[in-house]
Ligand binder design. Sequence first.
Ligand SMILES: CC(C)(COP(=O)(O)OP(=O)(O)OC[C@H]1O[C@@H](n2cnc3c(N)ncnc32)[C@H](O)[C@@H]1OP(=O)(O)O)[C@@H](O)C(=O)NCCC(=O)NCCS
Length: 161
Amino acid sequence: MSNKEPEKMTNDRILVRAIEPKDEEAWNKLWVEYQGFQKVVMPLEVGKTSFARFLDPTVKLWGALAFDTETGNAIGFTHYLSHLTSWNVEEVVYMNDLYVTEYARVKGVGRKLVEFVYKHADELGTPSVYWVTDHFNHRAQLLYTKVAYKTDKVVYKRIGY
Ligand SMILES: CC(C)(COP(=O)(O)OP(=O)(O)OC[C@H]1O[C@@H](n2cnc3c(N)ncnc32)[C@H](O)[C@@H]1OP(=O)(O)O)[C@@H](O)C(=O)NCCC(=O)NCCS
């Protein structure tokens, strides 16, 4: 893999596909970047476990990577899962993570990753997809307002977890 002309990356060079076993190193590099963005440091075991779960056909946690087809570089990822809900007969999909490496942003990569999740959700017969974001993440919301609608919900979490 090289970093050839990343600044000239164009929309037609973006490929999104499901994560494969050979992607672990490339995914891990982005996963570390993402933790920096989120201001967290996760134990290595978390990354190893999640990556194994993406590949496990019995686990409803999936990962997809975006690539620059010209350089072969992995430039973004999404992770998503499906769960039961008391509000639907079918399960719903929760998009857990979305990340595009800095140099590849605002070129349509994030949108293609969301569209990949939508397509897979449709194929699974669970077309309802939702996610949460920080209220101050205005950059992400520039994309989200184009592909989704904003709900009135506020997220609470049990203290200490
Ligand atoms: C949020 C994030 C995934 C978006 O990915 P991206 O590849 O930059 O987004 P895209 O280029 O696909 O889409 C951006 C859309 O918003 C618009 N947009 C993005 N930045 C913009 C800006 N500065 N001004 C105006 N519009 C902007 C684009 O016009 C585009 O709309 P379009 O598809 O109709 O043309 C990326 O910025 C990122 O990884 N950020 C850091 C991590 C993060 O915040 N993750 C989300 C956590 S919830």
